[in-house]
Design a protein around this ligand. Structure first.
Ligand code: SME
Length: 160
C-alpha cells in the first residue's frame, strides 16, 4: 500500500520534490506505460490539492488520445494545436491558464474546471504525451506548480 498524503501546509517546493521522488520510486523498474501513467495520475491526485481532473493525453499518430486519469470522463481525442492540451503538445511548452474561459479554443471536458496546467512530456526531443491538471479554482496554478510538474515529467518521460 502507498500512502503519500502530505499536510495541507506543505510548501510547494517540498510538495513537488516529494511528488517527483514518489513518481520516480513508483515507476522504477516497471516497463508497462499504462500501469505507470495510472499510478502517476493517482499520485498527482493525492499530492496536488484542489484538482477536479488529473491525467495524461498521449501523442498517437499526430493527435492526442486520452490516457489514464482521475476525474470525470473526458474528451478522447484532441487535435495537435487544439485547446490547452493540443497547444502544449504542439509547442512543447507548458501552458499555465489562470482562467480557462479566457483561453481561445479551450476544450471544456468538465464544466467545473476554472484553471488548468498542461505540461509536455518530452523524450528524445519529442513530445510523447502531456500531463493535464484541472482545478475548480480560478488561478489555482502558479510558477511553482508549473516547474514542479515539469520536474515530474522529466523524471518519468522514459517510463510511459
Ligand atoms: N481542457 C483541455 C481538454 C482536456 S480536459 O480538461 C480533461 C483542453 O483545452 O485541451
Amino acid at each position: 500500500m502507498f500512502d503519500f498524503q502530505l499536510p495541507a501546509d506543505t510548501p510547494d517546493d517540498e510538495r513537488y520534490r516529494e511528488l517527483a521522488n514518489a513518481g520516480d520510486a513508483l515507476t522504477d523498474g516497471e516497463s508497462d506505460a499504462v500501469a505507470n501513467m495510472a499510478n502517476l495520475a493517482a499520485l498527482i491526485w493525492s499530492f496536488v490539492p484542489d484538482l477536479n481532473w488529473a491525467g495524461f493525453y498521449r501523442v498517437v499518430e499526430d493527435e492526442l488520445v486520452l490516457g489514464p486519469f482521475i476525474g470525470r470522463p473526458a474528451c478522447i481525442r484532441i487535435a495537435m494545436g487544439a485547446g490547452v492540451c493540443g497547444t502544449a503538445a504542439a509547442s512543447g511548452e507548458t501552458q499555465l491558464v489562470e482562467d480557462v474561459h479566457a483561453f481561445p479554443g479551450h476544450i471544456a471536458c468538465d464544466s467545473a474546471s476554472e484553471s488548468e496546467l498542461v505540461v509536455p512530456v518530452i523524450r528524445d526531443g519529442r513530445v510523447i504525451a502531456v500531463i493535464d491538471l484541472d482545478s475548480p479554482k480560478k488561478g489555482r496554478f502558479g510558477e511553482a506548480d508549473a516547474r514542479g510538474m515539469e520536474a515530474l515529467a522529466g523524471r518519468i518521460a522514459g517510463r510511459i
